[in-house]
Design a binder for this molecule. Structure first.
Ligand code: R5P
Length: 291
């Protein structure tokens, strides 16, 4: 296998190549003044199974196009199999119709990737596993929550309370709880489908005087974490931390979260930023070795 070093995940792709020992295929890429993308594979991929590591966080559309272009380039240049390693898969949250007249974005993305020549896909903490059904080729999602929980364990936070900010994320809090060994719980969150605004409902949680880590798959505007932190403060949590797999952290999200009394934001390198304190490289390397 060879690792195609996608322009949106250069560091992560190199770490994966180092850990697996697979040869790297560098990619020349640029965005033209009109906004269109260009890619060129700089080493041979003939008769190889290639893994393209390229995340599709902001700018989603150009990162997705570059992924599709690299897949097409690989096939045209004789690659026998193309595996897309997409740590953050854009458009996965629109995996069903919420309001009349909408589309199912992830279905369109899956069809586009198939048309580009991708034969299988690996991603991490896909928002809902049911979205995998939209792919007409093998697609798998892996969880990075144990890696995030281990980060806190190393900080000495054994038995910290793992909180999910909504019911849907309870499985995430439970995965963290398995590593941390403390309690887990969840809040209730309602989202206005027209404005996107969220509100939280406070259930009684056993967090008084405790270190609480709010675990989620994605932090985008930060509204979910700010709402959850407010309830935790009201209920007497001693210290609040947050961890997510995909730290999109749009606009002033980071500042809003820290201003809400959260001590630290921890994310993976699925979306590279200064908050990417946990690397997905071991997880992805193992997934590729197992193919
Ligand atoms: C949604 O259910 C996700 O799991 C996240 O909770 C959500 O995407 C976070 O968005 P925001 O940071 O904008 O509240």
């Amino acid at each position: 296998m060879k690792i195609i070093v996608g322009p949106s995940s250069t560091d992560l792709a190199e770490k994966v190549a180092d850990l697996t020992g697979f040869e790297k295929v560098p990619v020349a890429s640029r965005v033209f003044p009109d906004g269109e993308s260009y890619v060129r594979l700089e080493n041979s991929v003939r008769d190889e199974h290639v893994a393209i590591v390229n995340t599709t966080s902001k700018p989603q559309d150009s990162n997705l196009m570059q992924l599709a272009f690299m897949a097409n380039a690989a096939k045209r240049n004789g690659a026998k199999k193309v595996t897309a390693v997409v740590p953050y898969l854009a458009y996965a949250r629109q995996d069903k119709i919420f309001l009349e007249g909408e589309n199912v974005s992830i279905e369109t993305v899956a069809a586009m990737l198939k048309a580009a020549g991708i034969d299988q896909l690996i991603t991490v903490n896909l928002h809902a596993e049911t979205a995998l059904n939209k792919f007409s080729f093998p697609a798998k999602t892996f969880t990075a929550i144990p890696l995030l929980a281990e980060y806190f364990l190393k900080k000495g936070f054994k038995e910290a309370f793992a909180l999910a900010p909504d019911k849907g994320a309870m499985y995430i809090a439970q995965q963290a709880q398995t590593i941390l060994g403390g309690q887990a719980g969840n809040l209730e969150k309602q989202r206005d489908r027209y404005t996107g605004q969220t509100t939280h409902t406070a259930a009684h949680l056993n967090v008084k005087g405790k270190i609480v880590i709010i675990f989620d798959d994605i932090i985008s505007t930060g509204g979910t974490i700010v709402g959850a932190a407010r309830i935790l403060r009201e209920q007497g949590a001693a210290q609040i931390y947050t961890a997510c797999v995909h730290g999109l952290l749009i606009g002033d999200a980071e500042k809003r979260i820290l201003d809400a009394g959260v001590e630290e934001i921890v994310a993976t390198d699925s979306v590279p930023s200064k908050n990417s304190k946990v690397t997905l490289a071991p997880l992805l390397s193992e997934a590729l070795r197992a193919l």
